[in-house]
Design a protein around this ligand. Structure first.
Ligand code: ZN
Length: 179
């Protein structure tokens, strides 16, 4: 296992549409190594989600782990470490809600982004089984943020109001209380 360098905004790999992960490679040595590297890198960076392009692997693979369920957005369900392969999103209700988002590829910054708050995702899990998951609220935002990485998109693309784009310290000083 290796802690990988995280690609930062400006690296062209973050702007490429990632390649679907070959189903017959799920469970292979190479696959397990990639997942372990992503897990270790996610833990080291203390993030809640990481997409393969963020460690410079242009494959449609995302890992998410939420341990701390009392976030600044209130109680959210814990998600044990999970792998999401070749995911797609169906919006159930297009009504949006905004949250302040951060990204390991845009370190030190926070931005307010509005996204649909009721979605269903379809994906393959670590055993190559098809799965479907309904998500609401902040979790819907987390998954959309991560899956956007597989389409070459960053949350900064979704900012509608540049006044709500801030350094972390200034976010805490001037915006956190007003959420
Ligand atoms: Zn991100």
């Amino acid at each position: 296992m290796t802690i990988k360098e995280i690609a930062r905004m400006g690296d062209p790999i973050l702007r490429k549409v990632a390649t679907p992960y070959p189903i017959n490679k799920i469970g292979s040595f190479e696959f397990n190594q990639l997942v372990q590297d992503m897990q270790e890198t996610l833990h080291f960076a203390q993030g809640i989600g990481l997409a393969a392009p963020q460690i410079k692997v242009s494959s449609q693979l995302v890992v998410i782990e939420i341990k701390d369920t009392s976030s600044r957005y209130g109680e959210i369900p814990a998600i044990p470490f999970s792998v999401y392969i070749n995911p797609t999103i169906n919006v159930i209700n297009a009504e949006t809600k905004g949250y302040w988002e951060g990204c390991l590829s845009v370190p030190g910054m926070m931005g307010f982004v509005e996204r649909p708050q009721h979605i269903v995702i379809n994906y393959l899990d670590q055993q190559a089984n098809s799965q479907s998951l309904e998500l609401k609220g902040f979790l819907a935002t987390v998954f959309q943020h991560e899956f956007d990485h597989l389409q070459g998109k960053l949350y900064v693309d979704q900012l509608k109001d540049m006044q709500l784009f801030a350094f972390e310290d200034e976010y805490k000083l001037y915006h956190q209380q007003t959420e």
